[in-house]
Write a new protein. Structure first.
Length: 81
């Protein structure tokens, strides 16, 4: 899945992502939800799009691990759900 996403972005001239906002919700000592709002931009600095990615993470003996990733469009107010 990630290969297909990156391949599509590469065709659109993707160069990097710029994080605009991060919101975190800690649920206990070992579980976190984080929503990240970011712009994807081309080499020349033009914006391709703005997207949200919501992650759930759990803390294990070896450190934090991603459990889920949910990509979404930003809300009309410019934030993630």
């Amino acid at each position: 899945m990630f290969t297909a996403i990156l391949g599509g972005l590469d065709k659109r001239g993707y160069h990097r992502s710029v994080v605009r906002h991060v919101s975190k919700t800690r649920v206990g000592d070992h579980y976190v939800l984080a929503a990240v709002l970011f712009d994807r931009v081309m080499v020349d600095g033009k914006k391709i799009d703005t997207v949200c990615s919501t992650y759930s993470m759990v803390k294990s003996k070896s450190g934090w691990r991603f459990l889920t990733w949910i990509p979404t469009d930003p809300l009309p107010n410019g934030r993630c759900a």
